[in-house]
Ligand binder design. Structure first.
Ligand code: SF4
Length: 358
């Protein structure tokens, strides 16, 4: 029998300590919560979510900027050249294609647009394309930008920051202990090093992992605590969607209630983070997806890198039905205010509405 005040006690401690007061034992109790306790647990996690994110939901849109033929051997990934999978293969998209993807994201009311390449790390040419696209997007659209390009060096991180990239995504994937079961061509510490490099360059760190790969409960807790240690700003929590042809193709899916408990644990440990239910949302949470929004404050919309997901209109409907609201970058975004004012001044008008009847 669980103490009925336990979840609210954890919520209070999470809020008072920015998550640092949540212990390994606390995290374990959340993951072990009986299903009868699920609504009470979600209610407590919602209190933490509401304190820092209100009822706002951020939509993130992924752009698979370079697909397949990756030399790394991540065992969950259909883009690794180590496995025979149906995932598509193409070189890096053009700047125009990437800008067009950002326009689609903006039309879907996204808060962030994330350009992703399947690679160990960005080549000079890939970096040139991503940076040029970032500059174009930032000058045209009120949209924050993320890049996920593999392992970084300090000079590459500095170029991304200078081009207008706000965040760099690089997931730890799992605990250091379990990582060798997930990939062998690079180490967990390689990943930690890239997160630190990104942060040192002034980029926000988007860093999470995948749950459901055969790890132990303690591995999931280790991941959450390691991310707290790294002070990452954004935490995407993926639930394995087993991909045909990969070594994890036969893994069983998680249950919706297991997923919700994992998300609640991450919320208590990371009360302020941009916490996202990421890949695998639709297939693992199924009809219980809306409940996740009482815990997390962001989702991906328009699908994932190699798999389809919910459409923006379905996600907008879910958000409205919950009485939540989509959070967008204010317009004009702070970085475009100067550009917009200069453009308006150039034709002698400073009120956009005055052009409407021309
Ligand atoms: S580095 Fe990224 S794209 Fe390459 S195999 Fe691993 S997860 Fe897939």
């Amino acid at each position: 029998m669980v103490d009925p005040t336990l979840w609210q006690t954890l919520a209070t401690r999470s809020l008072q300590t920015a998550g640092h007061g949540i212990t390994r034992d606390d995290a374990r109790q959340v993951l072990d919560a009986p299903d009868d306790e699920l609504l009470a647990l979600l209610d407590a996690a919602f209190r933490v979510r509401r304190e820092h994110h209100g009822r706002r939901v951020r939509l993130h849109v992924l752009e698979n900027a370079k697909s397949g033929a990756c030399p790394e051997d991540c065992r969950f990934c259909s883009q690794s050249s180590s496995y025979e999978t149906p995932a598509g293969e193409y070189p890096i998209e053009t700047v125009e294609q990437l800008v067009e993807g950002a326009r689609r994201a903006k039309a879907a009311h996204a808060w962030k647009y994330c350009m992703v390449t399947a690679t160990r790390g960005p080549s000079r040419r890939d970096l040139d394309v991503i940076c040029e696209a970032a500059k174009r997007i930032k000058s045209e659209l009120d949209l924050t930008l993320c890049a996920s390009l593999g392992l970084l060096t300090p000079d590459k991180a500095a170029r991304l920051k200078e081009a207008g990239i706000d965040r760099f995504n690089h997931n730890l994937e799992t605990s250091e202990r379990f990582f060798p079961e997930v990939a062998t061509t690079h180490t967990w510490q390689d990943r930690v090093a890239t997160v630190k490099i990104a942060k040192a360059a002034g980029l926000e760190a988007c860093c999470g992992g995948i749950v459901g790969m055969g790890e132990q409960q303690d591995d999931v807790i280790d991941l959450a605590l390691a991310l707290r240690e790294l002070a990452v700003e954004s935490v995407p929590v993926n639930f394995l969607d087993p991909r045909p042809g990969t070594p994890m193709a036969e893994r069983a899916r998680m249950t919706p209630s297991e997923c919700l408990k994992v998300l609640a644990m991450f919320r208590f440990v990371h009360p302020r983070a941009d916490l996202r239910v990421a890949g695998g949302r639709e297939v693992n949470l199924r009809w219980m997806q809306p409940l996740a929004l009482y815990v997390v404050n962001s989702i991906f919309t328009s699908g994932y890198l190699t798999t389809p997901g919910a459409t923006p209109s379905a996600d907008h409907q879910m958000i409205r039905d919950l009485g939540f609201e989509v959070e967008e970058v204010p317009s004009p975004a702070p970085w475009r205010e100067g550009a917009v004012a200069a453009k308006a001044g150039a034709c002698g008008q400073d009120q956009p509405g005055l052009h409407a009847d021309r």
